[in-house]
Design a protein around this ligand. Structure first.
Ligand SMILES: Nc1nc2c(ncn2[C@@H]2O[C@H](COP(=O)(O)OP(=O)(O)OP(=O)(O)O)[C@@H](O)[C@H]2O)c(=O)[nH]1
Ligand SMILES: [Mg+2]
Ligand SMILES: [Zn+2]
Length: 363
């Protein structure tokens, strides 16, 4: 029985000072231990205490609290859990600790879906093939920014690209000097050199998440960083279409002791960001807006608009599109319904495209 907390083991699985404080601030439910959610399956969770993984299910009281808040446990959460009476049974997740941060997205019905929690750094993974898309990059950047995570743009498939340096320069130019906090690297995600290039963000006990569209190379990179065969959880689930598409979020330990959460490619990313978060994620817009001729400039066709002159056009387009989305809260029911219809159509189109691509690969 783990009576006192084994902080050393828990730090290995990413326990931060803030979470220790949170753990000590609340009464610990009797007979429970602290562990981190490392995998979520349809009918159970896997939690890890730094030594072992355990299958658990949420206790009724916790499930009621979560349901009431239309909330859910996510990979990266810390929970108090109670072992089952016998080794063959599942234990119980009894309570969740407050998270330091949480990535969420909106669903078409207006609800929120939790993605991951308690992260330090986001690897935004984008392939140097047809996946390369700066507008989508901006969308993932805002997602990472909403959790105050550090961001590294990881351009994969550099081995198959004629001029990876030019691609890095394009991303840099797009982001501009205002976002020089963001690192941009081009790598071959299958090569051990990728682990060396990314080592500065992989400190022991830190938590990272991969974000990016399906096929970008997130799982390939995860496998490289965890060392071949070192991953204990099923990383790839071959689905009905025979593709190696990731279907669940799972937390893995890298060779150097960081925690890396691999995520499925997000087909739809409706941001859960308010205008303030957007302004923070696009700092250059606010800076140059001070120099626009009109105080309420919309940076559209106004003469003397400093934003249009100074900001990369694709960045400005991203900002305006995301701002419209952030203001969707104010939509009337008719607009909302039209939006849902559009989203559903887009999902169908994407599914058809993926299915066509999969059957092409099978042959
Ligand atoms: N040449 C090359 N191929 C890569 C690289 N990274 C990934 N791939 C290939 O790209 C394909 C998709 O890679 P995955 O790692 O499964 O992509 P993913 O982002 O995990 O995709 P989802 O799980 O669907 O979100 C696989 O066939 C990989 O072998 C790379 O750096 N170079
Ligand atoms: Mg994957
Ligand atoms: Zn303007």
């Amino acid at each position: 029985m783990q009576d006192s907390l084994d902080l050393r083991a828990l730090r290995d699985i990413g326990l931060s000072h803030a979470t220790v404080q949170a753990a000590l601030a609340h009464a610990r439910p009797g007979g429970t231990r602290l562990a981190r959610v490392v995998e979520i399956q349809r009918d159970h969770l896997v939690v890890d205490d730094g030594a072992d993984a355990h299958a658990v299910v949420p206790a009724a009281a916790l499930r009621a609290v979560l349901d009431r808040g239309r909330d859910q446990l996510v990979v990266g959460d810390w929970v108090w859990w109670r072992p089952a009476a016998s080794d063959h049974d599942r234990g119980w997740a009894v309570a969740r600790l407050p998270a330091r941060n949480r990535l969420t997205r909106r669903d078409p019905a207006g609800g929120r879906q939790g993605l991951v929690a308690n992260i330090d750094t986001a690897f935004i993974v984008m392939g140097l093939d047809s996946d390369f898309n700066l507008r989508r990059l901006d969308r993932f950047l805002v997602l990472a920014h909403s959790a105050d995570a550090r961001v590294v743009v990881v351009l994969t498939k550099a081995d198959a690209c004629a001029d990876p340096d030019a691609a890095v320069a394009r991303v840099r130019a797009h982001l501009g000097d205002a976002r020089d906090d963001i690192a941009v690297l081009a790598i071959d995600g299958r090569s051990p050199a990728a682990a060396q290039a990314l080592a500065p963000w992989l400190a022991r006990g830190s938590t990272l998440v991969t974000l990016g569209s399906s096929g970008a190379g997130k799982t390939t990179l995860t496998n490289t960083l965890t060392g071949a065969g070192a991953t204990t959880h099923a990383v790839r689930a071959g689905d009905e279409r025979g593709q190696h598409t990731t279907t669940v979020r799972t937390l893995h330990r890298t060779a150097g002791g960081a925690c890396l959460i691999d995520t499925p490619g997000l087909r739809q990313l409706w941001l859960d960001a308010d205008p303030d978060t957007l302004n923070d994620a696009f700092p250059e817009i606010g800076t140059f807006a001070l120099r626009c001729r009109y105080r309420n400039c919309r940076h559209a066709r106004e003469p003397g608009c400093a934003v249009r002159e100074q900001v990369a056009p694709a960045r400005l387009l991203s900002f305006q599109k995301l701002l419209r989305e952030a203001n969707r809260e104010n939509d009337d029911p008719f607009q909302r319904r039209r939006h849902v219809t559009e989203m559903k159509q887009r999902t169908r189109d994407n599914r058809a495209r993926n299915a066509a691509r999969a059957s092409g690969e099978d042959r």
